[in-house]
Design a binder for this molecule. Structure first.
Ligand SMILES: [Zn+2]
Length: 270
C-alpha cells in the first residue's frame, strides 16, 4: 500500500517524498487555489507524483479547472480524481492522449452504506434484498466495463469491508481509501458560509476551512408534526460528523478498526 499526503495550507517546504494530493472534493474554489497549485508544480518538478482531486464542477468553472489540469499535466503523468461525470467527459482528450490517469472519486462511488441511516431504511426490507442493496454502487462487472472504456482502473472509496476491496481487485480495479474521514455528502451551496452568514466568495475565509461539528438534538416527526428528542441511537448515527465548506464528513472511527482494514488498499490518503 502506498501512502499519499494531502496538501495542507501553510505547510510549505514539506520534506516528504510520498505522492502529493491536492484539490478538493467539494469546492471548486478550494480546488483551484493558486498557492496549492504552485506548490504542486514545485513538488512535481522535484519528481514527486501528484494526485489532483477535482470536485463537482459548475459549468462556468469547467474551462478554468481544465486549464489548471492541463498546465500541471506536463512532463510527469498526473493522476486526476473525477467527482463529476460532466467534467470527466470534458477531459476525455487528456485521458485519450495519455496526459492524465483518471480515477473515480468518492462523490461518485459513494453508496447507501455511506449514509448514517442506511440500516434504518433497510430494516423494513427482506434480508436478501437488503444484503443485495447494502453494498458499494460499483461492485458490478458492467459498471466497471463502462469505467474501463474511459481508462478508469482506480476507485476512491470510503473505508469499507475488506470483501468489497477484494471484489474490486478481482475485477482489475485499484482501490484508494481515505484514512481520516468518510465523505457523507456534498451540497451545491457552502454550508459553512451559510452558518457563518458569509456572503460572496467564502473559500478564502477561515470559517469556510474550519470544521463545524454536527450534533443531533431533536428530530422532526412527520407522524406527530412536531420535534422529538433524539434517542441515544439517533445521536450515535450522527457521531463524529462535521461540515467543511459544502461537504459533510464523518471522522473515521477508531484507529484500531482502521488499522485492521487498511492492509487491502492500494493507496491510502492521509
Ligand atoms: Zn465556502
Amino acid at each position: 500500500m502506498i501512502i499519499e499526503r494531502m496538501y495542507v495550507e501553510h505547510e510549505e517546504g514539506s520534506v516528504s517524498t510520498d505522492p502529493f494530493v491536492i484539490g478538493d472534493e467539494g469546492c471548486i474554489y478550494k480546488a483551484t487555489q493558486e498557492a496549492m497549485l504552485s506548490q504542486a508544480e514545485q513538488e512535481a518538478g522535484k519528481g514527486r507524483s501528484i494526485r489532483y482531486i477535482t470536485p463537482f464542477v459548475p459549468e462556468q468553472n469547467m474551462q478554468h479547472l481544465y486549464d489548471c489540469i492541463y498546465s500541471l499535466a506536463g512532463e510527469k503523468k498526473l493522476k486526476v480524481t473525477f467527482n463529476d461525470y460532466g467534467f470527466l467527459f470534458r477531459c476525455l482528450d487528456l485521458i485519450k492522449d495519455g496526459n492524465i490517469i483518471p480515477v473515480l472519486g468518492r462523490l461518485l462511488t459513494r453508496s447507501i452504506i455511506d449514509s448514517p441511516w442506511s440500516d434504518e431504511i433497510m430494516k423494513q426490507e427482506e434480508a436478501d434484498l437488503s444484503a443485495a442493496v447494502l453494498g458499494p454502487s460499483f461492485i458490478h462487472e458492467a459498471k466497471i466495463e463502462v469505467l474501463n472504456r474511459y481508462n478508469i482502473y482506480e476507485l476512491e472509496v470510503n473505508i469499507c469491508a475488506p470483501s468489497f476491496i477484494e471484489e474490486w481487485h478481482r475485477m482489475g480495479m485499484k482501490v484508494t481509501g481515505y484514512a481520516n474521514n468518510a465523505l457523507i455528502s456534498i451540497g451545491r451551496t457552502c454550508y459553512s458560509a451559510r452558518w457563518h452568514a458569509i456572503t460572496g466568495e467564502c473559500s478564502g475565509t477561515e470559517a469556510c476551512r474550519s470544521p463545524i461539528s454536527i450534533e443531533l438534538s431533536k428530530k422532526w416527526s412527520r407522524k406527530n408534526f412536531m420535534y422529538q428528542d433524539a434517542s441515544h441511537q439517533d445521536r450515535q448515527r450522527y457521531g463524529g460528523m462535521y461540515i467543511l465548506g459544502n461537504a459533510v464528513y464523518r471522522q473515521q472511527d477508531s484507529a484500531d478498526a482502521l488499522a485492521g482494514l487498511m492492509g487491502n488498499y492500494d493507496y491510502m490518503i492521509v
